[in-house]
Design a protein around this ligand. Structure first.
Ligand SMILES: Cc1cc2nc3c(=O)[nH]c(=O)nc-3n(C[C@H](O)[C@H](O)[C@H](O)COP(=O)(O)OP(=O)(O)OC[C@H]3O[C@@H](n4cnc5c(N)ncnc54)[C@H](O)[C@@H]3O)c2cc1C
Length: 465
């Protein structure tokens, strides 16, 4: 529906200070920050239980300069992190927003741990592409399910109300002020909720095939691996309101989703020394540039699939992720003692594959670079047993969205701010520039959690002052 209605004389069933649409990482962090600052927050959520794309993720939040890093002797800084984001996005991301989210990230991870009981730790046994320090922070299970469940429990514990099975459909607007919304409860009962400020935390448009076709044609036939309830409501309301939208062609893809099982295979299998081989037995690019741009690269290969090939040492690293263990249980991983037997199990030409494999192993022993520019290291040498998993490329979430300032305030097309409208997470433009290749690992939860937090705080400051 996504309609905008003039609010003159509108009657609301309820009135709340802060209304948030969407109970993912962004909405819940916004609610925690606002409620803690003394502003009551109510979230409307389409689903019966908060989950969103957050629950589908690995729940890893990048942050630089945390005490968790220091405890493990990891040297890092905001400056390094900012530089990594700008390098990956080719300086297309808004520098003010990049600075704000990076500067908030360390405090946010420690705040969630200390104040709200989320026991973060640094993932220290492999690094993600593009990060110049180990800075991914995860919960014990390394799942987004644990992240969303713990955020929800923390929010409920401090009095945030989450109205589930409530899909926001209409915004009521009066001279640029958002006065409230109409949500459809349990698909049938309309409820009008008035508010003093609104935060859009309903993610992007990955679950809306028409919008994907319009803005990201290269992924229009790809598997969408994110939350289906993210239908682009924020940008559609924004466009009708005269908001500035930005970088709608940007997205997080992933070039490693087990097919036909549809299970994410951690990119650790590549970063630790694994390679991707197409159905003809050949490598086709430097896999380590990033998993996001690899989605389209994989889809360009014959049959729109490739094989991740790695060894038992690498499998042990990947087994820390529940997804990988699930892929093993589902029989997605094929194994063999020799490369020829593995080629047979993969139904690819043995000689072509063996030549590729041997070339890579030789490069590893010489710490040398391949024809695509990928650098291999001696420590990445593979030994039997070998493993392979058939994967395809998928769209995880969109990175374009409403242009915001460093407090999450939504900008109008003329650059001025709406007086009481905020956006965070996938509803707001990310820090990845305009392409899939601009996505640095963790950009999704980085902006969801920190912009959510900053928007919640800013709304509280504005309404309580
Ligand atoms: C498989 C996968 C793995 C990922 N791994 C990582 C990772 O490890 N690290 C990382 O940084 N990022 C990762 N991401 C990206 C990350 O999950 C997202 O960037 C992040 O979760 C976005 O949070 P959000 O709160 O904006 O959206 P969501 O978590 O999707 O929450 C949005 C919520 O809004 C609700 N909603 C939508 N429209 C309405 C409406 N009209 N009314 C009411 N409710 C509505 C939805 O139901 C949903 O619950 C991954 C994504 C996927 C799909």
């Amino acid at each position: 529906m996504n309609t905008i209605v003039s609010a003159a004389d509108e009657k609301f069933n309820t009135q709340v200070p802060l209304l948030i649409i969407g109970a993912g990482a962004a909405g819940l962090c916004a609610a925690l920050a606002a409620q803690e600052s003394g502003l009551d927050a109510l979230i409307v959520e389409r689903n019966a239980m908060p989950s969103g794309s957050t629950a589908l993720s690995a729940g890893l939040i990048p942050a630089a300069g945390t005490r968790f890093q220091r405890a493990k002797g990891i040297a890092d800084s905001s400056d390094l992190f900012v530089a990594d984001i700008h390098r990956k996005s080719k300086r297309e991301a808004d520098p003010a927003v990049v600075a704000a989210v990076v500067q908030s990230a360390a405090a946010l991870v420690e705040w969630l741990t200390d104040r709200h009981g989320l026991p973060f730790e640094v993932v220290d046994n492999f690094n993600y592409p593009g990060h110049s320090a180990l800075r991914m922070h995860g919960l014990p299970s390394r799942t987004g399910r644990e992240l969303i469940d713990r955020l929800r429990q923390a929010a409920e514990a401090i009095g945030v109300i989450i109205l589930t099975e409530s899909a926001a459909e209409t915004l009521f607007v009066d001279d640029g002020y958002i006065r409230g919304i109409e949500a459809l409860r349990r698909n049938s009962v309309p409820e009008r909720i008035g508010c003093d400020a609104l935060i859009l935390a309903c993610n992007g448009f990955g679950g809306n095939p028409d919008l994907v076709r319009r803005f990201i044609p290269e992924m229009s036939d790809a598997l969408y691996f994110g939350h289906p309830g993210n239908r682009g409501d924020a940008i559609q309301w924004g466009e009708s309101l005269g908001a500035m939208v930005s970088n709608l062609s940007a997205y997080q893809g992933h070039g490693s989703v087990a097919t036909p099982h549809n299970i994410l295979i951690s990119w650790a299998v590549i970063m630790e020394g694994g390679i991707q081989i197409n159905g003809e037995g050949r490598r086709f690019c430097d896999e380590t540039r990033g998993y996001s741009e690899q989605a389209a690269e994989v889809l360009r290969q014959p049959g729109r699939f490739v094989w991740n090939v790695f060894d038992e040492r690498i499998a042990k690293v990947a087994r820390q992720f529940e997804d990988f263990r699930e892929a093993e249980r589902a029989g997605a991983i094929r194994s063999a003692e020799g490369i020829a037997d593995l080629a047979t199990a993969m139904h690819i030409p043995t000689a072509v594959f063996a030549a590729e494999w041997n070339e890579v192993e030789n490069l590893k022993s010489a710490d040398a670079q391949d024809r695509f520019g990928r650098k291999f290291l001696t420590a990445q040498g593979c030994r039997p047993p070998y493993h392979a998993v058939k994967v395809t490329g998928a769209l995880f979430h969109t990175q374009g969205g409403l242009a915001v300032d460093s407090s999450g305030r939504v900008k109008r097309r003329d650059g001025t701010r709406f007086p009481n409208l905020f956006a965070a997470g996938g509803a707001a433009v990310g820090v990845s520039g305009s392409t899939a290749g601009g996505y640095l690992s963790g950009n999704g939860l980085l902006t969801a959690t920190t912009l959510g937090y900053l928007a919640g705080k800013a709304a509280a400051e504005q309404l309580l002052s």
